[in-house]
Ligand binder design. Sequence first.
Ligand code: SF4
Ligand code: SF4
Length: 659
Amino acid sequence: MLFGLLVLLAIVAFVYSASRRIRLLLALSPEWRFDRIGTRIGKTLEYAFVQKRMFRDLYAGVFHIFLFAGFVVLTVRTIALVVEGLLPGFILLPGPAGDAYTLVKDIFEVLVLIGVGMAVFRRAFARPKRLDLTLDAWVILFLIGLLIAADLVSEGARVAQQPAPASVWAPAVLVLARLFSGMAPQTQQAIYETGWWVHLLDILFFGNYLPYSKHFHILTAIPNIFFMKLDPMGRLGTPDLENSEHFGVSRVEQLSWKSALDGYTCTECGRCRVVCPTALTNKPLDPKVFIGQMRDAVYEATPRILAASTGRGNGDSAAPGRELIGGWLSEDAIWACTTCGFCTSACPVFIIPAVDKIIEMRRHLVLEKTEFPKEMQTAFRGMETNGNPWGISAASRADWAGDLPVVTMAQAQGAPIEVLFWVGCAGSYEDRAKRVSRSLVEILNAAGVSFAILGTEETCNGDSARRMGNEYLFQTLAQQNIETLNGYGVKAIVTNCPHCFNCIKNEYAPLGGNYEVMHGSELVSRLIAEGRVRMETPIPETISFHDPCYLGRYNGVYDAPRRILESIPGLKLQELPRSRERGLCCGAGGGRMWMEEKLGTRINQERMKEIAAAGTDAVGVSCPFCMIMIGNAKDEIGAATAPFDVLELARRSMGSRTS
Ligand code: SF4
Ligand code: SF4
């Protein structure tokens, strides 16, 4: 009866806690995540059950899979024990099925204990930077260890009382049974009953501790992975500005349910922290802390939001609580993010710790409060008046082409073209990037590709405006461009800038712009592979390559620039320690290009030190922003390794000019 009462109490308490968490999700802003169910199931199997991302850190991956698999196996045992406690003599799995399960359970219990030991060692001795030594983590490890140890001991004592213990299929239990075999039957029974109670009480307590612990992820990780963002990583949400009551997010009430579920699910593993360029350079943004603060804000707001949703209070009469911005999260943290996306791709449970949430907050600051770093005003004004963040005359947008044979779409007058060359603001106005634009034109002409540009009809793609929170400006620019592109019936676009590339490829579609978009490196590597251009002049240098975030991490283009470098005679490619998926940001993304970097150390210098340490003759880049940031860092720290765009190198190697 006592056990029955405890189980009832535990269930009531758990239902109360869990229902509050679920009711909060239902009370927050809607977000449709029930599309593409087959894909979601596949991703859940891959990342929740096989735990693919966990194994990027082999040690953590191994002990985590022991714990996870052990918990799955032990669920059957827990159900059996609870029913056995309520109905003495009940056997859930009789006969051979029970014997087989006993063996599997025995093996997995040992694996869980090994896993707990590995986790304790890591926390107590190895102490990786990504972990914080919290009491919560120790409590959880203690509860898991106790849970398993109590079950093994209780089983050992029970088996020791049987006439033929050796017939039990459980090696670990048999070792303990042998240990207890010389004891008096009353002692064996007392050990059995104590172990049984400790195990069950542990489970009942553990279940009720979860909703208040970081280990809530045991219950929320699978749904969080199932409801992951399936749209391209580089596509931000497109709000309906005309019909919105508010812009962006400043209060918990304005968060989507998925943002809150992200907070519930954070395991505090710190994988996002150790890859984040702002955390690495001592800025006030650490994505692990950021998502933790969001979760704390959600927990604090829960009573208020639930009271309002049940009519026992409302948003006006209830105490307003702390604002997210300024209350929980500093504006400095919100403006620090380069949107490099490394935290997103590092998270094993598919949380987006920062980017999408931070952009929502920037939207609030820019569109509702007009509060943003003052230097951004220059970029906004430039984009508004001249269609480029430098604010240089829109009329001179095509001047970079000089004497090169380049036609505009208007001049082409409907003649068929293979591809539109989207030059971008940097490629049109920034000296170094203009050279890259000219290199691409020369390569396209040599390969006989028919192309055209928009010339003065092109305007900024809007990426920086959007990522600096000015969604209104982004949508205005994007709609203008889409109108122009659709007006000419453009199907295929090539661009040298990964920001233009990502934006037009992924963010124009919801606004009516659907095109096949290629990065310049993709098109040129294809032309080389097809033999339409040949790399002939040797460049006898060793060159590393810096992966631009919006080309690599956001869009998976890693091989094309490398293929170009590898096709150049005499050139040797040497990978940087942090390259491809692990490439470190240059510090310019997310509109940071247009903001001053006053806090912490400089991200571009951090990256440049790594490039310089590789000792190569030069570093290849494929992004005008990376070129500027790395070029500046080279001068600032006095490094010798100069940056070159891979298209400049391809042009150098291409042989005689045809234009
Ligand atoms: S997107 Fe990049 S800069 Fe921003 S929090 Fe994540 S890792 Fe840090
Ligand atoms: S957001 Fe993801 S990667 Fe970062 S601490 Fe939480 S679970 Fe780990």
